[in-house]
Design a binder for this molecule. Structure first.
Ligand SMILES: Nc1ncnc2c1ncn2[C@@H]1O[C@H](COP(=O)(O)OP(=O)(O)O)[C@@H](O)[C@H]1O
Ligand SMILES: [Mg+2]
Length: 353
């Protein structure tokens, strides 16, 4: 996935201090970033503008100050602790963002290098899915959306419903190793998009953030942090929302689109209308009606939101799940078609950005 806005060069390590160069190379390797090392000012200037990040050793900063390279973002001065007295002033003069002192700042360096592939990529689109009534098919659609979105780019299905069947189970990733909510609930600090993407259970382009076998209540801060990292590390993030609970309104507010799955019966429509009534701002809500012979206009009028897609039942769903194929086993089924239409509606302006 190439992004035209992404800087093309490697991160630049500018230092003549061998021990510092070794330590920074080691940190880069651990972060999975291939770096270029420059030990003289002319070499540094050669790569200065194309490197996505520049780490300048405190030893070379005074020389660089004299050369006055053009200002650019993403410059850090790195020094063994304690930094020499002039380092902070010199850092300011070359337009560095900060002085990182090692070894304490090692984690910060690793994080800067880890987030590199996210620089300039823009955030992925967040789509929420909720059942207008219990058992309407929200979890199934959320997982199906994930499968279809994963064909075009990294995708994460985030399971926020502790009482559902488990998106990981629906996607046959319940036995896969990886991070689940229980281990993120206690995460502190900024979670990098890439580390979340690489930590969750995943099959090719599709990952899932699900629950451990004994779900515990989620901390709102942890959810916010996880969704933010999810968007930095994926093109599409689909959230399977519970119908109620503290996290619903806040998460809904972050979604580009919230899809409400409606069963077009008297009770299905009434419950969906009631759910919409709990939202402070139902502007980004669209309906997916599950059933045949439905008048979409009538459902839209009764529920109070536009119908985006009407879909017939997916045949062989239970069998597909039993086989570990996820809800979308064929590109031609009604679920796949509905998912494509929904994604096209929500991602077109975002992908073009
Ligand atoms: N598109 C669909 N076609 C056929 N059956 C479906 C569909 N979506 C859901 N179901 C069935 O309805 C039941 C509830 O689905 P689920 O996705 O768990 O609903 P919810 O998350 O809204 O409670 C499941 O048994 C599932 O197999
Ligand atoms: Mg569900």
């Amino acid at each position: 996935m190439q992004d035209p806005h992404q800087p093309t060069g490697r991160p630049l390590l500018a230092t003549a201090d061998t021990a510092l160069a070794e330590e920074l190379t080691r940190l880069s390797a651990a972060a999975g970033a291939a770096v270029a090392v420059a030990s003289s000012p002319p070499e540094v200037l050669g790569a200065w503008s194309t490197a996505p990040v520049v780490l300048v050793g405190a030893d070379l900063v005074p020389l660089l100050v004299e050369l006055a390279p053009p200002r650019r973002p993403g410059v850090q001065v790195v020094s063994w602790s304690p930094a020499p007295p002039g380092a902070f002033r010199d850092a300011l003069l070359v337009g560095a963002e900060r002085v990182v002192e090692l070894p304490v700042g090692a984690e910060l360096v690793a994080e800067l290098l880890t987030d590199l592939d996210e620089v300039g990529r823009g955030e992925g689109v967040l789509v929420g899915v909720v059942g207008g009534s219990g058992g309407a098919g929200a979890t199934t659609l959320a997982c199906g959306l994930g499968q279809v979105a994963a064909v075009s780019g990294p995708t994460l299905v985030v399971d926020l419903d502790p009482l559902g069947p488990g998106c990981d189970r629906v996607l046959a990733l319940d036995e896969a190793a990886g991070v689940r909510w229980d281990s993120l609930g206690t995460a502190s600090g900024r979670l990098s998009g890439r580390s979340l993407r690489e930590a969750v259970p995943r099959r090719e382009g599709l990952g899932v953030l699900g629950w451990s076998s004994t779900p515990a209540p989620l901390d709102a801060g942890a959810v916010r942090e996880a969704l933010s990292a999810a968007r930095r590390g994926h093109e599409t993030v689909v959230v399977d929302l519970p119908r109620s609970g503290e996290l619903v309104a806040e998460t809904v507010a972050r979604c580009a689109l919230v899809v409400v799955v409606v069963v077009p019966t008297l009770t299905g429509v009434a419950a969906a209308a009631r759910w919409l009534g709990t939202l402070p701002d139902p502007a980004r809500v669209g309906l997916v009606v599950r059933g045949h012979h439905v008048d979409p206009q009538r459902v839209a009028a009764l529920v109070g939101a536009p119908v985006l897609v009407t879909m017939a039942d997916q045949r062989g769903l239970a069998e597909a799940l039993d086989l570990g194929l996820g809800p979308v086993r064929s590109r031609r089924g009604p679920l796949a078609r509905a998912a494509r239409e929904l994604l096209a509606a929500v991602t077109a302006p975002v992908r073009a950005a």
